[in-house]
Design a protein around this ligand. Structure first.
Ligand SMILES: [Mg+2]
Length: 331
């Protein structure tokens, strides 16, 4: 059997089935944005890893080497943010074809280190290896979190309000614009930069953790619809999204309208947002106000609610209830 016969999720299930039961010091194992390990009494280390593969995650015609370095770290910091962790260190493993220009490698490292410095993250090591055709940028990142303040995916309950940070759809629209050869302009700049250099919501994740304002959290690396479904599924709930509340990026909306496609559908399934999606009980809204006082950018928008009906994911649009589809699987 080939991996393409199985798909990403079933392949992951098979891998999990081969592992022994995790020992007691593994607080959170496979299945969340990152793992949480108790390395010493009352000390939690949060670790995650994510690779960017040329031709799959990036194209050197669409992103500069510095953009690629930035994004390779950002996607990892985003997973740490979704756990409420403070990032501390990162490892960088590079697979490079023979003909890779040294200046490109230096620019990639500079892009990564720029974001690392901005977040007080130290690049502490890594690995270099040759590859046949494609560049692979593999980053592992670690951080710390207060033992009782870890943000998990599975903590949501029916009735919790669903919020997303920032806007949705910009990165997906940005990639389409870049592919279409659209020149950068003030109107679409946000879309270009969200695709090439996503921000990780590290400060927001820390504030959510410190105030205990969220009962569940994950990042929307594969789009809002995917994050809502995964958070709801892990929490044993269904979810209902209100299409009229979606914070669709203005430039993305204009682009999709100009292309004759539906901005709501596209922004829900579009990946690479790296926003935080959280579940908040209505009575915790006071705690959420503490969060927005600490971190005003990005803003938080209530886009829906967790429901009692497990596995039912709905988007309500002009009074109609439609099935919420979306999510990305490799193979
Ligand atoms: Mg994630």
């Amino acid at each position: 059997m080939k991996v393409s016969d199985l798909g990403e999720r079933r392949l992951l299930e098979r891998i999990r089935a081969r592992l022994p039961k995790p020992p007691g010091h593994v607080v959170v194992g496979i299945g969340d944005d990152a793992a949480v390990v108790e390395v010493a009494r009352n000390t939690r280390v949060v670790v995650t890893t994510d690779a960017l593969v040329e031709g799959v995650h990036f194209d050197r015609a669409f992103s500069t080497p510095a953009d690629i370095g930035h994004k390779a770290l950002a996607v990892n910091l985003s997973d740490l943010a979704a756990m409420g962790a403070t990032p501390v260190w990162a490892l960088l493993s590079l697979a490079l074809p023979d003909g890779t220009a040294v200046e490109d490698v230096e620019a990639l490292v500079d892009g990564l280190v720029g974001l690392a410095n901005a977040n007080s993250v130290a690049l502490v090591g890594g690995n270099l290896t040759s590859s046949h055709n494609q560049i692979v940028v593999d980053v592992t990142a670690g951080g710390t979190v207060h033992p009782r303040r870890v943000l998990l995916r599975d903590g949501g309950r029916a009735g919790d309000l669903l919020f997303t940070s920032g806007t949705i759809g910009a990165a997906a629209a940005g990639l389409e614009m870049i592919k279409a050869g659209l020149p950068p302009s003030p109107a679409n700049e946000q879309c270009f930069s969200k695709y090439r250099r996503p921000d990780a919501r590290v400060r927001l994740g820390r504030a959510l953790s410190a105030t205990r304002a969220a009962r569940a959290a994950m990042d929307s690396s594969d789009g809002l619809a995917d994050a809502v479904r995964q958070l709801a599924e892990a929490s044993g709930c269904g979810a209902e999204i209100d299409a009229s509340q979606l914070p669709i990026d203005d430039g993305a909306r204009r682009w999709w309208v100009s292309q004759g496609v539906d901005p709501v559908d596209r922004s829900l399934v579009g990946g690479d947002d790296y926003e935080l999606v959280i579940a908040v009980p209505p009575k915790w809204r006071g705690r959420l106000r503490q969060v927005t006082r600490r971190v005003s950018d990005p803003s938080l928008r209530c886009v829906g609610v967790l429901t009692r009906t497990a596995n039912e994911y709905v988007v309500v649009r002009d009074g109609r209830r439609e099935r919420l589809t979306g999510g990305f699987e490799h193979w």
